[in-house]
Design a binder for this molecule. Structure first.
Ligand code: PXP
Length: 242
């Protein structure tokens, strides 16, 4: 069964709306773990719009599950990651004006710089994942850059309108996953997944981890985070029972 990485950035987004001290993403990580989160994910953005350096430092010392740090492949972030030493780093593209991460990382276009970042992170003992579109050229570039993992972008699947379009996008994720596994990397997936659309992705052969944020934090407003995470775990487990 695929394991679940819970992205808690939105908790920090709410705190930063008031520049206050609550809600605290460190508390959120505890609740997510109590609900069954297998991985805790935070994205330290260059503009620090949600997660702050203090959060990352505290989370690295307090989470019991592996910490996954999403970040841009830039020297400031590589330096910070090498200091904090999360279990895993996911390299993502970053555009200051975007509302959330939009497309996958263009590994092919920046291969030498990205390869250097991956190797610096490896030297600090960090496992490195590439967030890429379901695209053969990007998966091949991720292998060439030395990534351990590809997280395939499921946004186009999540946003597809109509069953046919949805199945076509699902097939792209499936075939990218196959390519990832054949290249000797681990196959993760995420973005835009919710309680309804997660099942088909969770059932893909060889999928190791799902990375989900918005749907879980949205439900948590009404149910509490522990329950929202447990519900998502159940939606994933349900896949296996079908
Ligand atoms: N994976 C990556 C690489 C992301 O950047 C995000 C968004 O922060 C997610 C997964 C989670 O996406 P969502 O919030 O839509 O579940």
């Amino acid at each position: 069964m695929a394991i679940l990485g819970v992205n808690i950035d939105h908790v920090a987004t709410l705190r930063q709306a008031r520049r206050a001290s609550e809600p605290d993403p460190v508390w959120a990580a505890v609740e997510a773990e109590l609900g069954g989160a297998d991985v805790i994910t935070v994205h330290l953005r260059e503009d620090r719009r949600h997660i702050q350096d203090r959060d990352l430092e505290l989370l690295a010392r307090t989470v019991h599950r592996p910490l996954n740090m999403e970040m841009a492949a830039v020297s400031e972030m590589v330096r910070l990651a090498r200091k904090i030493k999360p279990a895993m780093v996911t390299l993502v593209p970053e555009n200051r004006r975007e509302i959330t991460t939009e497309g996958g990382l263009d590994v092919a276009a920046r291969l030498p710089a990205i390869k250097a970042a991956v190797s610096q992170l490896h030297r600090a003992g960090i496992v490195v994942s590439a967030f890429v579109d379901a695209n053969a050229r990007q998966v091949a570039a991720a292998r060439d850059a030395g990534f351990d993992i590809c997280e395939i972008h499921t946004g186009p699947y999540a946003n597809a309108l109509g069953q046919q379009a949805c199945l076509a996008e699902l097939d792209k994720v499936r075939s990218a996953g196959e390519q990832v596994l054949n290249a000797g990397m681990r196959f993760n997936a995420g973005h835009g997944l919710d309680y309804r659309n997660v099942a088909a992705i969770a059932a893909l052969p060889g999928l190791l981890e799902l990375h989900i944020g918005h749907a879980i934090i949205s439900r948590a407003i009404f149910t509490g985070l522990r329950t929202a995470v447990a519900d998502m775990k159940q939606a994933i487990a349900h896949t296996m029972a079908r």
